[in-house]
Design a protein. Structure first.
Length: 485
């Protein structure tokens, strides 16, 4: 939630399959939000039929369910909210969510998606009736977000529940019937109970349709205080913290007004990392009693991204998942300091900044009792090519390449020696919303970079090049400037 940006929600239900768009059909009662839960993944799948895995095309089996949501902005009067992003996600008939490593569904993206509300504030989804899992009543999660450019300016998250009579009827059919004796009903679900006297606002009684499925309509009323900001999306291609590595991101607001900023930490494989709860403090370091980079266990072996463990999930401890949004006061500076303690976590970061906000990142590495530090820039997503100078006569050149796009890309690297002659080239494939890293001279086609110096030209097939280059010697490391074009 953005600091200083309020959000509240009302929800009502109707039994008709026709969306209610008239203002008089909404009673404008605000209800509390309900927890996001552990299974939200911001897949950025713009689609109305969410039954399939977009990679394989395989559809989840279950009773068809058509959902119509009518979203309203609630203020001095109620009116349809157009242009709002509405995400939904839920369990399949077997009680499993997609893209969850703990459930064995990593990489699958069924039963997830979003739609953008039309001029009537309406979105529609085709899905299946959700399954149950231990400790929870049958439910579907939803999230409503508003944007100014790439910046999230308002958000609300909740869940809605189903009439038990309808659920009992559905669960007599395959594939639900293979899992009898669900252990939690609405009356004993703690999140259902958290809605209190307004639980009717998050309750749906779907009606049967001619195709042996069901349909239901939900009115969602939000009060998202939004502002308009011109923003830019920046990337930190290399993120490493724990295991003796520390990454710090400093952001300063040079304007005379408060502005929102948004930071998302992402693993190498594209999963959202957990942001440590102590990570952000205005004007200084984390509240740990230890200055940044002043301690920690020296890392063993090679630097992050060059043979160390991948950052495939959130680190242990408390924190928040998903984008971290906060308000940066006029002329203030904030530090996101990711500790060197704990297990090594790797990935990249995406930062959405309004005009007037600037910053950079610091890498710190403890080696042989000495703290090494390199300043690295945040990279714009508007670059398509670039070059840098390398010198491997007394060191090694490491790279980190992030792909913030939802489309896969291939980075072409062409190396030239000191006399200007080409000494090799390589193509490096990067999946959507993911990142790769390593040493250049270990890449097939670029081994001739070892022991010499020259330049490397980089270009991206999807027009987005976000790269970082570091030079490692036996005793220190430093950042290599990349000149973008």
């Amino acid at each position: 939630m953005l600091g200083g940006v309020g959000a509240s929600l009302l929800v009502g239900t109707q039994l008709s399959t026709t969306p209610a768009v008239a203002q008089s059909s909404v009673d404008c009662v605000l209800t509390p939000d309900l927890t996001e839960g552990p299974y939200f993944v911001d897949e950025k799948l713009n689609r109305s039929d969410i039954r399939t895995d977009p990679t394989t095309g395989a559809a989840r089996l279950g009773v068809p369910l058509t959902l119509t949501f009518s979203v309203y902005q609630v203020g001095s009067a109620c009116g349809p909210l157009s242009g709002a992003y509405v995400d939904i996600w839920h369990a399949d008939a077997g009680g499993n969510y997609s893209d969850e490593s703990a459930l064995g569904t990593s990489g699958q993206k069924y039963l997830r998606g979003y739609q953008i509300t039309d001029s009537n504030g309406t979105v529609r989804f085709t899905t299946i009736y959700p399954g149950w899992y231990m400790g929870r009543a049958v439910h579907i999660h939803f999230k409503v977000r508003s944007y100014s450019g790439a910046l999230t300016t308002g958000t609300f998250t909740s869940q809605f529940f189903f009439d038990e009579t309808v659920t009992d009827t559905v669960y007599q059919q395959a594939p639900y019937s293979s899992r009898p004796n669900r252990d939690t009903r609405n009356s004993t679900d703690g999140i259902y109970g958290a809605a209190g006297s307004n639980v009717s606002r998050v309750f749906m009684t779907p009606t049967k349709t001619a195709d042996a499925g069901y349909s239901g309509t939900l009115n969602i009323g939000v009060n998202l205080a939004t502002g308009t900001f011109t923003t830019t999306s920046l990337v930190l291609p290399q993120l490493a913290y724990g295991g003796g590595w520390q990454t710090s991101i400093l952001l300063s607001n040079n304007s005379d007004t408060s502005v929102p900023v948004q930071t998302t930490l992402i693993s190498e494989s594209g999963q959202t990392l957990m942001l440590p709860s102590s990570g952000t403090m205005p004007g200084g370091a984390r509240g740990t009693g230890m200055p940044p980079g002043s301690g920690g266990t020296p890392p063993a072996g090679t630097p992050p991204g060059t043979g160390g463990p991948p950052g495939g999930g959130a680190p242990g401890g408390t924190g928040t998942s998903g984008p971290s949004s906060s308000t940066l006061a006029a002329r203030s500076t904030v530090l996101l300091d990711l500790s060197s303690s704990g297990s090594l976590v790797q990935g990249w970061a995406e930062i959405v900044l309004p005009l007037g906000v600037t910053g950079y990142a610091l890498y710190r590495w403890t080696s042989s009792g000495a703290i090494q530090e390199a300043v690295v820039p945040l990279v714009s997503e508007s670059n398509s090519s670039g070059m840098f100078v390398f010198d491997e006569t007394q060191g090694l050149t490491a790279y980190a390449l992030a792909n913030p796009s939802t489309q896969a890309t291939t980075i072409t690297a062409v190396a030239f020696g000191p006399d200007g002659a080409s000494i090799g080239s390589a193509s490096l494939a990067i999946e959507p919303r993911s990142r790769i890293a390593g040493f250049f001279d270990k890449v097939s086609g670029l081994s001739a970079m070892a022991g010499t110096r020259g330049i490397v030209r980089l270009s991206s097939s999807n027009g987005i090049l976000c790269a970082a280059a570091l030079r490692f010697s036996t005793s220190n490391f430093s950042s290599i400037p990349i000149i973008y074009s």
